[in-house]
Structures are given as C-alpha cells and as structure tokens.
Design a protein around this ligand. Structure first.
Ligand SMILES: CC(C)=CCC/C(C)=C/CC/C(C)=C/CC/C(C)=C/CC/C(C)=C/CC/C(C)=C/CC/C(C)=C/COP(=O)(O)OP(=O)(O)O
Ligand SMILES: O=P(O)(O)OC[C@@H](O)CO
Ligand SMILES: [Mg+2]
Length: 232
C-alpha cells in the first residue's frame, strides 16, 4: 500500500466480463480493491475474489458490511467516515465487526482509511449522511485530524461517481505528514488523471472500468507518468 500509485476498485455487485477482468488484472496497476457501498454479499465477493486470484496481482478487500468479511485476501482496508456525525460509520460498525471476528482478525494485514466524502449524490454519502459542504480549510483540518491526531495511515478524499476539485486535494496535502493521500472519483480523461495524480499518492479508478474499459487501462500510464508534487 505504501507504494501504490494507481489502483482499480472492482464492485462485486456489478457485472464484468472475463476479458475486462483480464485487462484490469494485467494492466500494470498496483493492486485491485474489491468493495462498494450496496449489494455487497459474501457470495458476490467470493466469486469476484476467485476470478481475480487467477492473476498475480495484489487483491485487497475494502470492507463495507459485516456479511461480506472474508478470509483469503492479501489485505483489508477498513473505511471510517470522518465527515459524518453518525458514530456508527466512524466506529460503530467496526466495534460490531470486532465483537464478531476479533479472534480471527489478521491485524498485520489491516489498514484503516479516514474517508472524507465530498459528492453529495453518491450512494455512500446518502448512506453515511456525511456533510459534503466543506471548505478547503475544513479539508486541511480533517487531514490533520486523520494524520496527526488519529494517526490513520490513509486519508481518502472520495468523490465517487463525479470528478472532484484539485483545490480540495491540495488542501488535504497541506494537512498531511505521514498518512497516504488517496483520491477517487470520476476519472475519465488524461488531464483529470494527471491533475489529481500530481497531488495524491494513490489514484483509485472505479466506474470507468464498467463503461469504458479500454480508457480505464490508459489511466494506469497517465497516473504513473505523473510526478507527485508535495508542495505548492
Ligand atoms: C479471517 C477473516 C475473517 C478475515 C477478515 C477479518 C477482518 C478484516 C475483519 C473486519 C474488521 C473490521 C473492523 C471491519 C469493519 C466493518 C465495517 C462494516 C466497517 C464500516 C465501514 C464503512 C464506514 C462503510 C460505509 C460505506 C463506505 C465508506 C464504503 C467504502 C467504499 C466506497 C466509498 C465505495 C464507493 O461507493 P460506490 O458503491 O462506488 O458508490 P457509487 O455507486 O455512488 O459510485
Ligand atoms: O468510481 P469512481 O468514480 O472512479 O471512484 C473511485 C472510488 O473512489 C470509488 O470508491
Ligand atoms: Mg462505484
């Protein structure tokens, strides 16, 4: 995870042809994340994991509900939503999962992600009732909260389904010292990929795989050829 520059996120609740899956897994991306907001079950997660396992690519699960928790992944990403008032999405679901699986949890393979979700129309925003009306100053403060106070290893700026604002990414970068900065949301063009890759350590591409897989393949090179800027 410390070296990831580009990753694809696959949704077990969406159809993907064998050819498209092969393209994703042999694209040169650094890892495949399996997860999504709704309709995620043990069965569809298991089926997708088995398909991805045919390829020599790191595959991690991003856990969004208890019933899909599954052994066999190379690692686990656990979201915690920072810009919600609902404690359940910050730590409540996590408490329940630990009560259920505590004795089985491979702690060394787990990383927490501090999410700030900024697209009000994404399913994940509606689910977690997050406050998306944030200023760049708010984003810098959330980044500091994540990094300096909570010491969470990943700060994830999430625009799922829509392309975000570079200014928000710059504001996040300002507040970070240790945490990695993930950006995900609406990347479809070379310019978008490069503009975000200049500020984020890791770029996550999801939806594009499902409607234009050839273009999604290009995002790997667009991101990887972009140098990372750490200051203005
Ligand atoms: C051996 C064994 C059993 C191994 C596993 C052990 C293990 C790792 C146990 C789990 C420990 C643990 C603490 C789990 C946490 C459980 C949990 C349910 C946490 C809550 C996570 C959370 C805040 C979910 C809310 C939704 C969310 C933030 C999802 C992240 C993914 C995301 C943002 C997807 C984007 O949404 P998408 O579906 O693409 O949306 P659009 O359709 O709108 O684009
Ligand atoms: O699906 P897109 O909009 O590419 O976003 C990627 C990822 O951040 C979703 O959780
Ligand atoms: Mg999605």
């Amino acid at each position: 995870m410390q070296k990831w520059r580009h990753v694809f996120k696959l949704d077990p609740n969406r159809k993907l042809s064998d050819l498209a899956l092969k393209m994703v897994c042999t694209s040169g991306t650094d890892a495949v994340i399996i997860g999504g907001t709704d309709g995620i079950t043990f069965e569809n997660t298991f089926a997708l994991l088995q398909r991805v396992k045919q390829y020599p690519i790191h595959c991690v699960q991003e856990i969004s509900n208890h019933s899909a928790v599954m052994p066999g992944f190379d690692g686990y990403l656990i979201p915690s939503v920072l810009n919600t008032e609902q404690a359940y999405w910050i730590k409540g679901a996590h408490f329940e999962a630990i009560q259920k699986y505590g004795h089985l949890i491979p702690w060394q393979q787990i990383a927490l992600q501090g999410y700030v979700i900024l697209n009000p129309d994404a399913k994940v925003s509606r689910l977690t009732k997050c406050d998306t009306q944030l200023t760049p100053q708010d984003i810098t403060a959330y980044a500091q909260l994540c990094d300096q106070l909570f010491r969470i290893p990943i700060f994830y700026l999430e625009y799922s389904g829509t392309y975000g604002k570079v200014e928000m990414l710059k504001a996040a970068r300002k507040g970070l010292k240790q945490s990695r900065l993930f950006y995900g949301g609406g990347i479809t063009t070379e310019e978008q990929a490069k503009d975000m890759a200049a500020w984020a350590d890791t770029i996550v591409v999801g939806n594009l795989i499902y409607y234009h897989v050839e273009r999604a393949m290009n995002t790997v090179k667009w991101v990887k050829e972009t140098p990372l800027r750490k200051g203005e």
